[in-house]
Ligand binder design. Structure first.
Ligand SMILES: *Cc1c(COP(=O)(O)O)cnc(C)c1O
Length: 407
């Protein structure tokens, strides 16, 4: 019998009866109690939980400072401001990322340039960065794709030599380690996101970690309208401005309202207690996938570099078109029909209409990222997956890939 006939896409019974998403949050009763307590308190926003959350994240990641924001995107925008990028400045990032990594540069009038990725890790290739450097380059924004840290030693060396700032997009890599160091303690500034599909959530939220007191102060300024004192501190301390005016405040830079709420911060604090458990679960799922899939012909598994512990936000496989009779689109549809909620990360940023129209990209500029995009499929990967969910994914992948195997 033709194996394709057994696929749900062609009318066969699906592996699962309900769709398994590629990622989702996990909320405990303790999380709910913590949030309810904040709702009964005096401070719904910019209260005591913000600093407590920031201190806890900084301590967990071996960073001196952390500044929480209303989203990961707002945090990236803050980092670009803190690094003092503006019109005429350029920064280099990966095309294989979420649009926010490049958009944050445009918000401040700086120009994003892209450099192609390494074929194995799909993170920024240091040799490609060298090709994009110019006297205008002021920052490099490596992305820890799927939770695998970028090649930070090489990138930091380029940055030191050329006197540019490294802003690491570690939205995927909370809890990852690189050469024995925690991601979040290495770059000038590191961004993490607390969107529900990430390792811990605050609903919407993000944070920058840094070891620089200067960046720390600038990040806080930017987060709250560019106003250099906060109301709660003045209220608590009962201190007045030297002029004696209790109502005194000054706006010294053009900032935004990018504050995280206390409701989000307390949820983040509660979730942070489970970060190690979440990471262990994600690593166990990745190990199980790898154990089974390395024997399956027709798919290429995510690479792990030496002396790196990825955080496994995603488990992206690549279709080996030489060994299969179907393209990625067909495999994707077949997996979805089995109720395995696969996804694709990412459409390369320069190929989005906005970037094509504004910067004249036509495709073909970053062949490794573009080829990867043409074959990538993210399998479900989240810490709340049950063992049965994991086995369903394995069953779905084996069923679909075998149906399209070349003779
Ligand atoms: C999630 C994510 C962001 C943005 O985070 P938000 O909290 O959704 O604003 C930025 N970069 C990457 C790579 C992401 O995955």
């Amino acid at each position: 019998m033709n194996k394709k006939q057994t696929l749900a896409l062609y009318g066969g019974p699906p592996v699962r009866s309900t769709l398994l998403p590629y990622g989702r949050q996990q909320i405990s009763e303790e999380d709910i109690d913590a949030v309810v307590n904040v709702l009964r308190s005096d401070w719904l926003t910019t209260g005591p939980n913000i600093e407590e959350f920031e201190d806890a994240v900084a301590a967990r990641l071996d960073a001196k400072y952390a500044v929480a924001f209303s989203s990961g995107t707002a945090a990236l925008h803050g980092a670009v401001f803190a690094a003092d990028l503006g019109a005429g400045d350029e920064a280099i990032t990966s095309p294989l990322t979420f649009a926010a990594t490049a958009n944050c540069l445009l918000y401040q009038g700086a120009t994003p340039l892209f450099a192609d990725v390494c074929v194995d890790t799909l993170t920024l290739d240091p040799n490609e960065i060298l090709k994009q450097l110019s006297p205008r380059t002021k920052a490099i924004l490596p992305v820890d794709y799927a939770g695998h840290p970028a090649d930070l030693d090489a990138i930091q060396e380029i940055a030191r030599e050329k006197n540019v700032i490294v802003i690491q997009d570690s939205a995927h890599a909370l809890g990852a380690t690189y050469h024995g160091k925690k991601v979040g303690s290495i770059a000038d500034m590191t961004m993490f996101s607390f969107h529900p599909v990430k390792h811990i959530t605050t609903g919407e939220g993000g944070i920058i970690t840094t070891n620089s007191a200067t960046y720390y102060e600038r990040l806080k300024l930017f987060r709250s309208h560019g106003i250099n004192s906060d109301a709660r501190k003045r209220h608590e301390a009962g201190t007045l401005h030297p002029s004696g005016q209790a109502w005194f405040y000054e706006m010294v830079a053009l900032g935004y309202n990018y504050r995280l709420t206390d409701i989000g911060a307390v949820l983040g604090l509660s979730q942070l207690k489970r970060l190690d458990a979440n990471l262990a679960r994600r690593r166990a799922i990745a190990a199980r996938y790898t154990q089974v899939f390395h024997k399956v012909e027709g798919i290429i598994l995510p690479h792990v570099s030496a002396d790196v512990e990825p955080a496994w936000h995603l488990y992206p496989i690549r279709i080996d078109h030489r060994q299969l009779t179907a393209d990625r689109a067909e495999i994707f549809r077949a997996m979805r029909a089995e109720n395995i909620g696969v996804n694709v990360h990412y459409i390369p940023v320069h190929l989005h209409p906005y970037y094509r129209e504004r910067f004249g990209y036509r495709g073909g500029e970053y062949p490794i990222a573009e080829a990867a995009y043409g074959s990538l499929i993210s399998l479900p990967m989240f810490h709340a997956m049950t063992d049965q969910d994991v086995e369903d994914v394995i069953c779905g992948v084996e069923k679909v890939v075998k149906a399209y195997a070349r003779e």
